[in-house]
Design a protein around this ligand. Structure first.
Ligand code: KIV
Length: 268
């Protein structure tokens, strides 16, 4: 299996002559088991700090820290050998250039992550520049920023007004200008995300930002129906994961009660 590189991801947006452009498919993963299942099929795996919510049951992503993100990134790198792997820099880990470089280098030195992702546009451009100048591949993240959710008082869709649309465009352009390799557009009104995708050289990966982006990402526990506490409008559930698992567990419990498990074949 050929490893997916940044060049391969860029070639999907800018194919060589004669080849059609194609979309980038991305999903989150937090452990080796799921990463190994996703790896043969998906282009890009994000070890997102969303794991703090969907995996660890916390109300938001803010309490995820470097040790937690490194642990999960190492696990994902153990399970996925083909997909491009991106480690999310947690809240508070990239405030100054020096601190951001130190933390980003930990991902490279202590795991096999291919790139790091960080949230923020114009204001975070100097941080992105500092990382890129140290040889770190950076994925930007603009629009709705989950790490700012407490500060701005909720999850708010971006680009509804002309002013908000202009700001997210400027954020995306400055992230590109700073040297980011790709950019996630989260919670951006579809026509604004499409316009940004057309203006940017680097690929855009949308989540809740319509079909005009150069790729799409979903949190795996949402799209597999494993996380059922709530379902945002943009999520498409491809499997009733929780329902199927509970059905299997009920059959297992019934077999134990009836003395049908284990059978003679399953015993020594
Ligand atoms: O943490 C995460 O999973 C993310 C995606 C929602 C893009 O940042």
């Amino acid at each position: 299996m050929k490893k997916i590189t940044l060049n391969a991801l860029h070639a999907k947006k800018h194919p060589k002559e004669g080849n059609p452009a194609s979309k980038i498919s991305a999903i989150t993963a937090y452990d080796a088991l799921f990463a190994s299942i996703f790896d043969p099929i998906i282009d890009f795996i994000l070890v997102g700090d969303s794991l703090n919510m969907s995996f660890n049951g916390k109300p938001d992503t803010l309490s995820a820290n470097m040790d937690l993100m490194l642990y999960h990134t190492q696990a994902v790198c153990q399970g996925a050998k083909r997909a491009f792997i991106v480690a999310d820099m947690p809240y508070g880990s990239y405030i100054t250039e020096k601190q951001a470089v130190k933390n980003a280098l930990r991902f490279y030195q202590e795991s096999l992550a291919d790139a790091v992702k960080l949230e923020g546009g114009v204001k975070k451009a100097p941080i992105i520049k500092a990382l890129v100048s140290e040889g770190v591949a950076v994925i930007g993240h603009v629009g709705l920023l989950p790490q700012s959710v407490r500060g701005v008082g909720g999850y708010k869709i971006v680009g509804k007004s002309a002013q908000s649309a202009q700001k997210v465009l400027e954020d995306a352009l400055s992230v590109q200008e700073a040297g980011a390799s790709l950019v996630v557009l989260e919670g951006v009104v579809a026509n604004v995300a499409q316009e940004i995708s057309a203006k940017l050289e680097i690929p855009t990966i949308g989540i809740g930002s319509g079909a005009g982006c150069d790729g799409q990402i979903l949190v795996f526990s949402d799209m597999l129906g494993l996380f059922t506490a709530f379902k945002p409008k943009f999520v498409r559930t491809y499997l009733d994961g929780a329902g199927l698992i509970q059905e299997a567990l009920k059959r297992y419990v019934a077999d134990i009660q009836a003395g049908h498990f284990p059978s003679a074949d399953e015993s020594y």
